[in-house]
Design a protein around this ligand. Structure first.
Ligand SMILES: NC(=O)c1ccc[n+]([C@@H]2O[C@H](COP(=O)([O-])OP(=O)(O)OC[C@H]3O[C@@H](n4cnc5c(N)ncnc54)[C@H](OP(=O)(O)O)[C@@H]3O)[C@@H](O)[C@H]2O)c1
Length: 276
């Protein structure tokens, strides 16, 4: 039975809470700190930020304001596209760490498979991992071709691949999901709520009604039942609670299949499928 903060073991034996709070587009300073602190006080133990999101300092502040110990909160941040390269990646990491006022991050991800310098960045990631300033390292938006390229040179296998994933694109993403699973790379679903774009889909609405749940809750539960980590974002307290209230019901196998039939190869963010 999956529970709030059930831990998923990564391929380096570290663990990651199955549900996280995404904080993209939360950039309102004090309000952001309050929102994230609220989520932590209500039981979230995993935060997903990035240097791109411009709120790493608020994330650090919220962790301290929550009264929790640093080691009780799993924090991810990411290397942005303009910071690729060995030295630049090390510098960018240092900046993120300073903004958060942390000694380490739990997970550092390459945000996007920028061609040319991504392998150099990975060498920097391995250095940070070996020094202990990142407890785990991984990638995001990597498709099969990017994983294969990386696996040829990696000394440290990525622990995570964070990709856009929900029933509306699952069939299209199945090859990369299965490829990652073959290499014991944990899958994280980003934009699990399709950024709100498919929450009124008729098939999804009908399925959610059978459980007396919201469509957002069904999508989150779907990802958890597939064994993925999922990181829905909300800046509203009622939705932060709603999105975590998914541990007291299960979607039947039949309905898991019904949800998968909603596939329409839909991407609400950038689609990295054809990225060289
Ligand atoms: N690695 C990457 O390239 C990448 C790309 C995109 C996202 N991400 C990560 O994944 C996280 C989640 O993805 P996302 O922010 O793109 O989208 P998302 O979580 O799929 O959807 C967020 C949107 O849904 C709304 N929402 C949240 N809960 C709701 C509910 N219960 N009912 C109705 N609407 C609800 C939010 O509005 P309110 O905030 O107003 O509630 C917001 O507009 C991000 O925050 C980020 O951490 C990573």
């Amino acid at each position: 039975m999956i529970q709030m903060n059930s831990l998923i073991e990564l391929n380096n034996q570290k663990t990651i809470p199955c549900l996280g709070l995404g904080v993209y587009e939360m950039t309102l300073g004090t309000k952001t700190v309050e929102t994230i602190t609220y989520a932590l006080q209500k039981g979230y133990r995993h935060l997903d930020t990035a240097s791109l999101y411009n709120n790493e300092s608020e994330v650090g502040e919220a962790v301290r304001a929550s009264g929790l110990r640093r080691e009780d909160v799993f924090v991810t941040t990411k290397l942005w596209n303009s910071d690729h390269g060995y030295d630049s990646a090390l510098k960018a990491f240092e900046k993120s760490l300073n903004l958060m006022k942390f000694d380490y991050v739990d997970l550092y991800l390459i945000h996007w498979p920028v061609p040319q310098r991504r392998l150099e960045s990975w060498r920097a990631f391995e250095k940070l991992y070996n020094e202990g300033s990142c407890k785990a390292i991984g990638v995001s938006n990597y498709m099969v071709q990017h994983i294969d390229e990386l696996m040829k040179q990696a000394k440290v296998v990525p622990a995570v691949n964070q990709i856009e994933l929900h029933p509306f694109n699952y069939t299209q993403r199945k090859p990369v999901v299965e490829h990652c699973q073959k290499h014991s790379i944990c899958i994280e679903c980003y934009s699990p709520l399709t950024k709100g774009k498919r929450l009124k889909d008729a098939g999804l609405v009908e399925c959610a009604k059978r459980y007396g749940r919201s469509t957002a809750q069904l999508l989150i539960r779907w990802g958890l039942q597939k064994g993925f980590v999922t990181i829905p974002k909300s800046a509203h307290s009622s939705r932060i609670l709603e999105n975590a209230n998914v541990f007291d019901f299960s979607i039947s196998e039949d309905d898991m299949n019904v949800l998968e039939m909603l596939n329409e190869n839909y991407s609400c963010t950038w689609d990295p499928t054809n990225e060289p």
